[in-house]
Design a protein around this ligand. Structure first.
Ligand SMILES: [Zn+2]
Length: 265
């Protein structure tokens, strides 16, 4: 429903679908960067002609959609996209993704139950899966006070240093620690352009190390939510906690007991 129109009130309206904002509209209007020129939009359904118009006018140049044999493919959408030079392609996932936080899940709920920070932690977790680190994949997701995502990151080599060429080992000859940028750092620096992360919340799948702790403090982030892990509690963690305490950054442990299966079929 549009901002200000309570979901619960409007959903029962006789003409509820008159009020509903399509996912594409929300993604386009809640954007974080200055413009969407040449951006790609990922959607879980083939766009209708109304959203196709908005996509074209926003400057988006590519649409990637999930195939659904039950959904109707509006021919006008393709006709307009072709005329306007917007590419549209089908995304065929070759695997289902199971988000199983530490394998100690007790509940199996539908994705719709992603409340109380679970969504943002799940996004941090999914983002971690892009890391090429063979031992430790970490993801982070920054959210502003309107609960809008303003940045994500995973541990990887610095920009320009190819993840496939730089070392991921721990020996003196192949030492990843010299090169790798942590997820929290990347989330802070790869935030959407022109966005200030002051007073934002950072979700991370691992307790922040002392170096990332410094970046978090200096960036103005005010809350850090980390995924509960029996490995937390090292000496270094205490130093991070000490700094956060002194700087007024609040720390919250997120206990994840959901298993979320992204079943694209
Ligand atoms: Zn770190």
């Amino acid at each position: 429903m549009p901002t200000g129109c309570n979901n619960k009130t409007f959903i029962n309206h006789t003409y509820a679908n008159f009020f509903e904002c399509d996912a594409e509209i929300n993604a386009i209007l809640n954007k974080n960067s200055i413009n969407l020129q040449n951006c790609t939009i990922f959607v879980s359904l083939y766009p209708c002609s109304e959203t196709a118009k908005i996509i074209i006018q926003s400057g988006i140049k590519e649409v990637v959609y999930l195939p659904d044999p039950k959904s109707y493919k509006e021919p006008a959408t393709k006709k307009m996209f072709d005329a306007s030079g917007v590419e549209i392609r089908e995304h065929t996932p070759n695997e289902n993704i199971k988000i199983d936080f530490f394998h100690h899940a007790k509940l199996d709920r539908p994705v719709a139950d992603l409340s109380g920070g679970n969504l943002f932690m799940a996004i941090a977790y999914l983002t971690s899966k892009r890391s090429k680190d063979p031992v430790c994949q970490v993801g982070a997701c920054i959210v502003n006070s309107d609960n809008k995502i303003v940045g994500t990151g995973y541990n990887g080599m610095p920009t320009g240093c190819n993840d496939d060429e730089f070392p991921w080992g721990k020996s003196s000859k192949s030492n990843k620690f010299i090169y790798v940028c942590h997820a929290e750092m990347n989330a802070v620096f790869y935030k959407s352009s022109m966005i200030n992360v002051k007073d934002c919340t950072l979700y991370t799948t691992r307790f922040p190390c002392i170096e990332c702790g410094k970046i978090i403090i200096q960036s103005g982030i005010k809350d850090v939510v980390y995924l509960k892990n029996p490995k937390n509690g090292k000496e270094e963690d205490r130093a991070t906690k000490e700094m956060f305490n002194a700087s007024g950054v609040k720390l919250y442990e997120h206990e994840q007991n959901l298993v979320i299966t992204l079943d694209f079929a």
